[in-house]
Design a protein around this ligand. Structure first.
Ligand code: ATP
Ligand code: MG
Length: 207
């Protein structure tokens, strides 16, 4: 692939969206061409799958169903958007990717990393980002900063214990994939975290 694929990961409210926004400002200023997308979503089909997953009315959804919906949304995004843009040489940024499935469904929901890897191997043939920026901040600190829980979001309601398992899952993934996953300390100001992200992207020759 001619372009580079960069994903953003971390628990809810750690500042992924904010950092992506700051990075976009930077890329525009530097005249670096990029494409931004998000997971689950990023295509008309994937966005519809997203609304099913996040709908508070769907509390009866099984863990297995949820995991496969994520994988379905992902393969649609990959084929329709990510791969063509990488082939044309674009920098593709994605808010969450397969590590979210591994951390949330594999580790935290207890489906096991093996099961999540299996369905994603089928869906995306292990298509891996060139770089993953893991914004490292504990769920407690992130929720504190955000000022509480969004009552309409089924995932956020699953409780702090769940989010702590997600966090531990991310730390484990970072340990297992040191070449791909860069751990970014996200406990400082937005500007401090932004500077760390720019450094990481420059060090890896992404920008
Ligand atoms: N470094 C920071 N210091 C203080 N507040 C921050 C910082 N980074 C982000 N915030 C604030 O925390 C809140 C959550 O940030 P943001 O929406 O970017 O997180 P997120 O990781 O995208 O969350 P989600 O997983 O829910 O999409 C926002 O109100 C944002 O302004
Ligand atoms: Mg966000």
């Amino acid at each position: 692939m001619k372009g580079k694929f960069v994903t953003f990961e971390g628990c809810e409210g750690v500042g992924k969206s904010k950092q992506i926004q700051l990075l976009q400002d930077y890329l525009k200023k530097e005249n670096i061409n990029y494409y931004l997308t998000r997971e689950p979503g990023g295509t008309p089909v994937s966005e519809q799958i997203r609304s099913i997953i996040l709908d508070g009315k769907n509390s009866s959804m099984t863990d297995e169903c949820e995991a496969m919906l994520y994988a379905s949304a992902r393969v649609q995004l990959l084929k329709e958007v990510v791969k063509p843009r990488l082939e044309s040489g674009q920098l593709v940024l994605c808010d969450r990717y397969v590590d979210s499935s591994l951390a949330y469904q594999g580790y935290a929901r207890g489906l096991g990393v093996e099961f999540i890897n299996m369905i994603n191997d089928y869906a995306i043939k292990n298509f891996s980002p060139d770089l993953t920026l893991f914004l490292n901040l504990s769920p407690e600190k992130a929720f504190e900063r955000k000022g509480g829980v969004d009552k309409h979001d089924r995932l956020e309601l699953s409780g702090m214990e769940f989010h702590n398992r997600v966090y531990q899952g991310y730390l484990e993934l970072a340990k297992q994939n040191p070449q791909r996953i860069v751990v970014i300390d996200a406990s400082g100001t937005k500007e401090q975290t932004h500077a760390k992200i720019i450094n990481a992207l420059k060090e890896r020759n992404i920008i």
